[in-house]
Design a protein around this ligand. Structure first.
Ligand code: COA
Length: 388
């Protein structure tokens, strides 16, 4: 790979009353260019990650970043959509543009404004990221899809509710350290483990604390080729970037194998010539705690059916052998779907540049990012390291 992240920006995630996807895009784009130390006229190409599908009436987003500065007018800009992996898809479009030498600087903005809808309405939008012909009638929106996946996992490997509760506790403990997170408070094990009025079942074995929330937010990066990046203040290089799509219908796959994520991880690690445990940390797509559990297996941290070991034995805690989601993950940081993939890269860049504040790990050298669209359908793995 020959591309780098040379600047970034990240809004607060949460229920952002008074913000629109337009205001979020403009602020993130402005802040990312300033962070990179480039003038707007230096941007050659723009990608906007936005899933939408009915979250807001404004469907057409590609020209919204142009409102950040008059010098962005007439730049080529394209909206990218790949369900919950939309943000990484937009970054990949930027990487491809750089590889084709069609740009020197690419601006990528991911955004979603979800909270104009209530949770049930948001679920109706999110279920469009399933295979509608077979799966759209499942209850509880996308939580219903993962409720089904979780039930299948429990049938094959036993009830793992303890592990799921521990994953939620870890996410909220880490999120409490992230000033940009949707939730910045710790939830104890008893609360996450036991159903209650405040923590009801949402779908199958999944309770509210097993779900990522409905969130507003934006994140942006400036990408540049590595030669250009050498002269920049910030330069976080892509050592690998892999994209694997699987069949959309769950009926065509063994859904708890996560074959697409597994292949994406294998290809990324092979391309980077690394073992998983060479990484200093991983940001992974915990849209539901059960997704994180199965992703431990997909990334190769544990054997199939043994993902619980990674959480119950502390491997994925901040001080474990592979910290996972020190940002709080989607579970606590929030999951504004079009922004999430970009956010994961920003959180990783902050760690690798030593600018993660109270979240900072001790001198990590390599990061893994896994972002997933649909139920293990669109799968993106990036491996990042400081260029210099
Ligand atoms: N985790 C923890 N707490 C949550 C939460 C979550 N995911 N979602 C909401 N809460 C809290 C709220 O902060 C609020 O707390 P308060 O009473 O202290 O103020 C309380 O729960 C009620 O919030 P509300 O928004 O009314 O909850 P809800 O039951 O309508 O929604 C979910 C909860 C889990 C159904 C909703 O967050 C959801 O649909 N999540 C999944 C989103 C999704 O599918 N994303 C795509 C994944 S691929």
């Amino acid at each position: 790979m020959t591309a780098c992240i040379v600047g970034w920006a990240h809004s607060k995630f949460g229920k952002l009353d008074g913000e629109t996807s337009e205001s979020l895009v403009v602020k993130a784009a402005t802040d990312a260019m300033a962070h990179a130390g480039i003038e707007p006229r230096a941007v050659d190409v723009i990608y906007v990650g936005n899933m939408n599908g009915g979250f807001v009436k404004q469907e057409f987003h590609s020209s919204l970043p142009l409102q950040a500065h008059p010098d962005l007018r007439f730049k080529p800009s394209t909206r990218v959509e790949n369900a919950c992996a939309t943000g990484s898809a937009a970054i990949h479009m930027g990487l491809n543009t750089l590889a084709a030498k069609k740009a020197r600087f690419v601006l990528v903005v991911g955004v979603e404004k979800m909270t104009e809808l209530n949770s049930a309405q948001a679920g109706d939008v999110l279920i469009k990221a399933s295979y509608v012909a077979e799966e759209a009638n499942i209850d509880a929106g996308f939580a219903g899809i993962f409720g089904k996946i979780t039930s299948t996992y429990f049938q094959r490997y036993g009830d793992k509710s303890d592990a799921l509760a521990r994953i939620a506790v870890k996410a909220h403990r880490n999120g409490a350290k992230n000033p940009l997170a949707h939730f910045q408070k710790e939830f104890d094990y008893g609360f996450c483990r036991n159903p209650s009025d405040k923590n009801p079942f949402v779908a199958g074995p999944l309770k509210r604390t097993d779900c990522s929330p409905v969130t507003d937010g934006a994140a942006a990066v400036i990408l540049a080729d590595s030669d250009t990046a050498l002269g920049m203040k910030h330069a976080i290089a892509f050592r690998a970037a892999e994209h694997v799509n699987d069949f959309l219908p769950m009926s065509k796959r063994d859904i708890i194998q996560f074959d697409g994520p597994t292949l994406a991880w294998q290809r990324a690690l092979a391309s980077a010539r690394l073992d998983l445990l060479d990484l200093g940390f991983v940001e992974t797509h915990d849209c539901f705690t059960a997704a994180e559990l199965i992703e431990y297996e997909a990334m190769g941290l544990t054997a199939r059916g043994q993902g619980e070991r990674a959480i119950l034995e502390g491997w994925v805690e901040r001080d474990g052998k592979l910290p996972v989601n020190v940002s709080g993950g989607l579970k606590a940081k929030g999951h504004p779907v079009g922004a999430t993939g970009v956010s994961m890269h920003v959180m990783s860049a902050m760690q690798l540049s030593g600018t993660a504040g109270v979240m900072q790990l001790a001198n990590p050298k390599l990061a893994g990012v896994f972002n997933m669209g649909g139920a293990a359908v669109a799968n993106y793995v990036s491996i990042l390291e400081p260029l210099k």
